[in-house]
Design a protein around this ligand. Sequence first.
Ligand SMILES: [Zn+2]
Length: 409
Amino acid sequence: MTILIKNISLKNRIVDILIEGNIFKEIGDNINIKADKIIDGTNKAIIQPFYNMHTHSAMTLLRGYGDDMRLFQWLSEYIWPQEAKLTSEDIYNGTRLAILEMIRSGTVFFLDMYWYHKEIIRAAQDMKIRANIGISFIEERGKKEVEESIEFINQFEQSSELINISVAPHAIYTVGKDLYQELHKISKAKNLKFHTHLSETLKEVKDCKKANNGLTPVEFLNSIGVLDNNTIAAHCVHLTEKDAEILGSKGVTIVHNPCSNMKLASGFFNVPLIHKYDCRVCLGTDGVSSNNNLSMMEEMKFAALLAKVAYNDTSLLSANEIFAWATKYGAEAMNINSGKIKEGKLADCLIVDLNNERLIPNHNLISNWVYSADSRCIETVICNGDILMENRVIPNEDEIISKAKHFIR
Ligand SMILES: [Zn+2]
């Protein structure tokens, strides 16, 4: 399939863009070839889409369920008991609802962590989005489940370039040292990402220090040899200088989830510290139950505002920097050859309506994008050369909504 986008604004220059198969084949003036589809880009801009680097997609079904609590009470009294009642069909329907929301708000990739991975993979495949499905581990769920999940990872063969899996021990308070090390070894052997929650709350830090001779969660995971440039650590809210130095020097990818951190009152992400140690940072929404949506646009704005107010520094986290965290750094961390609108890159992009009131006047599109825009500005979403949303229409939208709506327990 070839798509020719005519007269579109790319970084303030009007160009034509040819997508051939799944790549940006040519970007230039006056491309005149016979394409399968032609999109008129007049009064529109083309922009990189979002790569949501930490979420629990099926938790959309728990949107609005159990607000206004701290993490441990919220997990143990509300979330885990409800999750125990979810069926595989619920997971499929909840994940499709999540993907619908992600596509509409401009996300073309999500890094997930949840159970019922087969249903999540099926939902992602059906909706043609990029996804990396974390095969999750919590030891309390029983030895049988741990063994089955390891078996699934060992047997997994990638059948689509869009979908891969990662090894995802939930956190240091749900997975012990031996299993962490075993899973890390498996992730190395299978060349898969290693995805975990880390240093999310003060309680986690306090309990870890008590149980491990004063080691912080980062020091503890480092001491057991599971932190490297393949590791993706969600949250990292409570870091010492030494923690940040370890994460920076080991090349760990940190995923900042500002809305979840604020809603659960987990704390302030230390932007000056991660800058000081040159840590790689991306952006994620976390699950809907602690957000309560999957909008990476809101996440960018909250991240920037939170950093400025927390450290009394208006220059901290510029629009350009937070946009990079939300887009190309995520693609880079996942080794996906995308995240830039450039010839030879995989064709992931958004077509944005420059006539939307939120983008007017257009002094600086990235500033508007971070601080002003909402998902109504996004008209069309292209992922890997496939149109996932065209003029705000997503296939099967009514059916997806109806199935998720009727989830009642
Ligand atoms: Zn999470």
